[in-house]
Design a protein around this ligand. Sequence first.
Ligand code: ADP
Ligand code: ZN
Length: 215
Amino acid sequence: MKLILLGAPGAGKGTVAKMLTELDGSVQISTGDILRGAVQAGTELGKQAEAYMKRGDLVPDDLIMGIMEKRLQEPDCARGFLLDGFPRTIPQAEALKKLLEKLGITLDMAVNIDVPREVILDRLTTRRTCSNADCQAIYNVKSNPPRVEGVCDKCGSPVVQREDETEEAISKRLETYNEKTAPLIGFYEKEGLLLTVKATSSEAVIEAIKARLAA
Ligand code: ADP
Ligand code: ZN
């Protein structure tokens, strides 16, 4: 399947994407994971992106399009992909549309995961992420803690609070979402690709996606 996952930070895009990869071998492409990996590795991309990310601001569109143009042409994308955290602005959505036309790829849908703001705020402050750039497993201190406190179940690396998960950066990210990313809902509605799911459980989101794919 070829999907875009839309939704505020903390809506569950990453969790849903990981669950969907298990259905048909589609790959999860998270621009946030790619950027955090680049920052940790200290690459040129990481150096350019770091300050924006720390503040909760978006990384410039041209950097993101450079990453995605290459990524979407890698062979593992042929079986399908789940775009998690991209596109994030109208210019990115427009550039993606052109890129997909050029590559001869058709999207199945753009899924808008619509979660109430109180739930989002609670999730972001209690979210913890594996510090290993190749793992980045997600935990929650209340609802899904690692078996051993502070240690990733999957790879044993320290589980930490992300640098952009301070209260200040979180409110900035939510503001950025409302201003720059929420308009994509209208964009994909016009494209006839939108599926909105109001659900706080990832399983319910998966069921709605499966039902739409089968229709
Ligand atoms: P979340 O969805 O939880 O906010 P992500 O892991 O998707 O987190 O992104 C973390 C940060 O990486 C963003 O706050 C932003 O700085 C940067 N980023 C990720 N994807 C994009 C994108 N498509 N365009 C611009 N910046 C991005
Ligand atoms: Zn891990």
